[in-house]
Design a protein around this ligand. Structure first.
Ligand SMILES: Nc1ncnc2c1ncn2[C@@H]1O[C@H](COP(=O)(O)OP(=O)(O)OP(=O)(O)O)[C@@H](O)[C@H]1O
Ligand SMILES: [Mg+2]
Length: 313
């Protein structure tokens, strides 16, 4: 089956002189597959997400290949769109429809001057879907689906009248309203408290399960990832250093950076004054990072950097 997303040797650089921030990453996502992307701040997770949907700024130089399957209403067509050379019009036809994204910052992704119900409704009209019973009822249904209370009142509210958790759920409603085949979630719960976070993850998990929808789920929190995805990629300094089934990655981390992540995420509460171990305790920053070369297509086996973990061959 054609994968939904096929990324090959993707490199992204910014500025003058050019600074490369993604150093040739490769992976693919099959229909219904849930792929996690984990890594520290600045490792290149959001740049990867934005590149996939052709949303990087003009200042970004992109090489390599990013292919998205082009589905029609009835399913896959076998056609693929090369994102790196696609026109804005071709990309716009896929975004918010077959492919959607939930951004890190709910406030910046919502229009502060428009009631949220209308913002969800406008997306419905955008791609020419016919809505039985009208768009208002579909909007309310969608707000209910993301577990928002008093959906009538919420739909008639402006973003600033909602809590952070409610805003994030509105964004999720917007991302899911056109029933996408793949949703990129870029740290959708980072800004939320633990209760709101659990609720949002539950809503997403339910959606992916019911619709057999795929996701590229980005987080720096291993515990969050473990509950949502089947397979995971570990990113470090613009390289994918390890990839495979999430259970295997958790049970038997291979790269020193992953070892550090797993060890620190299993911590019990430390006693007052006790120094908490950090990822840095497991990982020598002075050793140059090497990335995976091959594409983990089937994801059945672990993919590891050849040679010494984290270092040269
Ligand atoms: N528009 C831009 N111009 C220049 N550099 C950028 C731009 N966007 C991202 N970068 C750089 O690319 C690198 C990767 O950034 P990215 O936003 O992907 O990190 P991240 O893994 O998403 O981190 P976080 O967990 O903090 O969100 C960083 O060094 C960042 O400074
Ligand atoms: Mg980010």
């Amino acid at each position: 089956m054609t994968p939904l997303l096929q990324v090959s040797d993707l490199r992204v650089s910014f500025g003058r002189p050019r600074r490369e921030v993604l150093h040739g990453i490769s992976f693919s996502i099959a229909p219904g597959q849930r792929v996690g992307l984990i890594g520290e701040s600045g490792s290149g997770k959001s740049v990867t997400a934005l590149a996939v949907l052709g949303l990087l700024s003009e200042t970004a130089a992109v090489t390599g290949s990013i292919r998205l399957a082009v589905p029609d209403g009835d399913g896959p067509t076998g056609r693929q769109l090369e994102v790196t050379t696609a026109t804005e019009k071709q990309l716009a036809a896929l975004r918010g429809d077959a492919y959607s994204m939930i951004f890190q910052e709910p406030m910046t992704a919502l229009d502060p001057t428009m009631k949220v119900g209308r913002q969800v409704g406008e997306l419905l009209g955008l791609h020419g879907h016919r809505i039985p019973g009208g768009s208002r009822s579909r909007v309310l249904e969608m707000l209910r689906e993301v577990d928002l209370p008093e959906v009538g009142r919420i739909a008639d509210s402006y973003p600033h009248q909602l809590s952070g958790g409610q805003r994030q759920r509105v964004l999720i409603a917007m991302a899911l309203v056109n029933d996408p085949v793949l949703t990129i979630c870029d740290e959708p719960t980072t800004a939320l408290d633990v209760t709101a976070q659990a609720k949002v993850l539950q809503v997403l998990d339910r959606h992916f399960t019911q619709r057999s929808a795929a996701t590229l789920f980005i987080t720096h929190d291993l515990a969050v990832l473990a509950g949502v995805v089947d397979v995971a990629m570990v990113m470090l300094e613009g390289h994918v250093v390890e990839a495979g089934p999430i259970r295997e990655v958790l049970a038997d981390p291979w790269h020193p950076y992953t070892k550090g992540l797993v060890a620190t995420s299993r911590l019990e509460l430390a006693r007052p004054g006790e120094r908490l171990p950090t990822v840095a305790d497991h990982f020598d920053r002075s050793i140059p990072v090497q990335g995976l070369r091959e594409v983990p297509v089937s994801w059945e086996h672990r993919a590891r950097v050849p040679g010494r973990p984290g270092g040269g061959a």
